[in-house]
Ligand binder design. Sequence first.
Ligand code: HMG
Ligand code: MG
Length: 286
Amino acid sequence: MQEFVRLNEVGPRDGLQNEVGVIRLEHKLALIELLAGSGLSEIEVGSFVSPKWVPQMADTDQLLPKLPVVQGLRYSVLVPNMRGWVAFEAARQPDVPYQVAVFVSASETFSQSNLNCTIAQSIENLTPVVRAAEAAGVPLRAYISCVTDCPFEGPVDPAAVAQVARTLRAIAPMPLSLGDTIGQGTPETVAAMISKVAQEVPVTQLAGHFHDTGGQALANIAVALELGLREFDTAVGGLGGCPYAPGAPGNVATEAVLAMLATHGYQTGVDRDVIAEAVELAKGMR
Ligand code: HMG
Ligand code: MG
């Protein structure tokens, strides 16, 4: 039997948050509607963050009520603090499955740049979000950014990533997505980092989130697969980056990961023809 690999499409969030111009709501919606029919089981559609910090995500509250309901598909949103949780609660549709994603950095300088606070403070801010999501029965995931390299501090010690992973898992047994925020990881640094984190968290609870700045994302996914990871975040058309990580254009492209996984005999349940259509649509949005 073929092994299954789960893809989390992050293009509408991690992709579009980095666009210089603000993408109109109906264009975002058209992209998500197309992706929703591709067989993907998870699409990250937006963030409940400060509109002053990330104006491209300011319409996430208007987007949520318009999303199509598709069997087997859930929508993910980023929520850094209780202010974001309250906005999510107000916007969500009653019978639609969601996932709330909280986010932390493994590097102090990136934490300041992305969240305007220390790592410890960001964990304090996200903890009540975790409790609220648990109480509301909303599944959670946590991102760790800068898992191999920081745009300000350079190489990141795998022990620092493992420490953040341990802290997050002590708050709740949520899956963790390991973010190579600026796409500078290599198969060697990624393997060292995953091996260290895997001492704290089962690999079945880890996802890989690779930006492709250094052209190593597919090689990094290959090494993560060897180490047992079976979930990856990808963005259609290779959209994206992080507005507070200088030099971070492009998540690994969904279509490239699908091609690679097919070559290696993995199943994903995702229709590559529909993704090819979405690539064309995404290109037209830039
Ligand atoms: P702050 O300025 O430190 O917060 O921002 P504050 O508490 O002092 O509030 C300042 C203003 O923001 C106030 O409004 C708050 O109400 C408002 P004002 O009184 O000035 O009008 N505010 C909010 N508004 C909407 N939603 C909220 C919210 N919270 C406060 N949730 C904050 C702190 C976290 C809000 C800010 O730093 C922020 O929004 N940062 C953006 C973070 C972000 O979205 N980054 C990109 C996503 S992370 C990423 O891309 C990495 C990832 O892909 C993985 C990887 O690649 O590594 C996930
Ligand atoms: Mg990212």
